[in-house]
Design a protein around this ligand. Structure first.
Ligand SMILES: [Zn+2]
Ligand SMILES: [Zn+2]
Length: 135
């Protein structure tokens, strides 16, 4: 696979309708794909993609996300931030976040540099995805 380009910061992004906009001001600490059914449901796609970023490193520059909170399977309260207008999911943040959250990196304006460093719940990946994972 070709090497992903090195990004510079800040990077900008936002929801599908453009009402909620943000600036990512520092490099993420990881990108991973999750192949569990919950991430499929959330994303409406084959798997979920998450980018770990600090809460201080991401600033909303337009609009205000709405919040839906759910309990995770491990018993944590997870705030799910989304655009109230178009519904695009933007951020997941646990109540006991420790200064960290995950960004849905497909909402970045430039997605050319996004590549998952690891795959979790790979055993639940769709059959057509498994060869891509080398399973
Ligand atoms: Zn929107
Ligand atoms: Zn998942």
């Amino acid at each position: 696979m070709p090497e992903a380009p090195t990004p510079t910061f800040p990077q900008t992004g936002g929801c599908q309708c453009g009402a909620v906009r943000y600036e990512l001001r520092e490099a993420p600490f990881g990108v991973w794909a999750c192949h569990c059914n919950i991430c499929r449901k959330q994303s409406g796609s084959a798997f979920g993609l998450s980018m770990g970023v600090t809460i201080d490193g991401l600033v909303f520059t337009a609009g205000e996300p709405a919040v839906w909170t759910r309990e995770t399977e491990s018993g944590h309260q997870l705030d799910c931030l989304f655009c109230p207008g178009c519904g695009s999911r933007l951020i997941h943040r646990r109540h006991d976040h420790g200064g960290r959250q995950t960004l849905k990196p497909g909402t970045l304006d430039d997605t050319s540099w996004i590549a998952p460093g690891r795959h979790i719940f790979a055993e639940q990946a769709l059959d057509w995805v498994k060869p891509i994972l080398g399973e």
